[in-house]
Design a protein around this ligand. Sequence first.
Ligand code: F6R
Length: 591
Amino acid sequence: MCGIFAVVNDKTNNAAQTVLAGLKKLEYRGYDSWGIAIKPINVSTLRVEKHIGKIGDAKTNLPKGRIAIGHTRWATHGGVTDYNAHPHLDCKGKLAVIHNGIVENYLEFKEELIKKGHKFASETDTEVIAHLIEEKIKHQNLISAVFETFNSLVGSNAIGVIDFESETIIACRNGSPLVVGVDEKNHQYFLGSDVPAFLKYTNHVHFLDDGEAVVITKQDVKLFNIKSGKEKKLVLQQLDWHLEDAEKGGFPHFLLKEIMEQKETIAKTASINEKEIEKVSNLIKQGFKTVLIGCGTASYCALAGKYFFANAGLESQTYGAYEFSPFARFSDKKTIVIAISQSGETADTLIAVRAAKKTGAKIVAVVNARGSTLERLADIVLSVGAGPEIAVVSTKAFTAQLATLYLLAKAVTDRYETGKEKIKRLGKSLKNWLDDKLRNKIINLAKSLMNQEHIYLIGKHLNYPATLEFALKIKETAYIHAEPFAAGELKHGVITLIQKNTPCFVLASNDEIKGEILSSAAELKARGGRIIGIAPFNSHEFDEVIQTPDLGDLTIFANIIVGQLLGYYLGVGRGADPDKPRNLAKSVTVK
Ligand code: F6R
């Protein structure tokens, strides 16, 4: 939800271009509008450019300069207009603010500030921050004015403030992500909501903690505690992420690149977290109750995890994190809450985790992004290592999380090594199967479904969460109504929806319930449905089939990948932007 980017000491003297390029990498965080503010060389007033719409191929003619900030917006307060786009200025145009989050108490500030004569140019909550600092700066220095302002804001927020006179950027974090990057060789400093924005320049970073601020000047970066105003030691960490991780690498879209990367990422997951998985499995063996939570795709991962655990003889519970609060009180010191999240910043997941923490429950984070809030809240972190996921729609992070839960279920029954081997074998099969032939088959299927408005899907047991995830990919990437059902639900009402030629996907594995799911397929066929099997076998119930490798209880990985590719090709065919579906943002940091 909103992307923040800034550079200080831009070595090209073209800070606006650097910021524009950085914002393009952050566009997945919000794409209603974008804006840049720069202090041009030898000019004391700042220059601002703002536009509505996606940043896409945008260019900027802003003058040269060495310090600039920019923002991509996902609108919360105030419509999608040029004047509501960030950065927002104070009355004198001396400082500019970019913001990710919601200032819940902005209206009371706004009224006071208007009474004091401040003029507002937007309907946003963000603009009050600029005017509040302007007001305070009359009586104190810039840093304490920014800190005091930030401390007075209610809500989860991250801000970046640029002061043009002193050529300083101050950034504060409480609840919304911020990371500072230091390119020591070139004395350039970067600020971003996420690392890919500046990965081209450096992988030496510090993820700000809640309550931390950085003050970036031409000379250096200083870290502060916002409440006390005291300086802290800045310790940088070097990430094992590389530039290629944030580039399309010859693919037309990040989504396709990330789908194809699963040939490596799933198997890679099997080689990490061994110690952490052991710790979690020991707790489960000691009798800890296991609760899995997440939102969207991550919630389907939780549900699939529940089946993996059940297959291993373990009872667990799952909740969409947004529905957890009525049940939080049933957690206690003997509960582990496994929170699954790509970003580690999803507000609903964090709220649920904080509620569980209050009960004394142990928190296990199954998370992909690095340095996230979820990581900090967790007692044990299973970092799934899929690398930066840039497309808004989650793919490789999901399968890496799923592999991690599978390994955990195996570890609990002392079969971790077998699990690891199976995941590695899965990786090998994907390498062979995920080829051009398969892609062409799916393109042809997509062509035949291009004008459909309704698609139905059924699955049973492990293939039930797979069906939910398959359907979500089609909904969010292609904007087609795709409704998934547990096969068992069919006869209880759903079957009324099936008419002649209604596309019905049947997800199946070569397992002991194969017969049952094929009976459901036959029922759909008898009502005239067009039955498309996604399974490691063909069957007379299917009108057509996309055959997946037979991987036992891991077949669902391949079944889901078909859904990812189908969603992608349908989306492209229907003119949607597969990397940035309408109305969505990559990390949903608001409730
Ligand atoms: C679907 C998708 C969303 C996210 C959900 C949770 O493709 O991306 O449903 O899975 O918003 O996000 P994270 O995993 O970041 O907590």
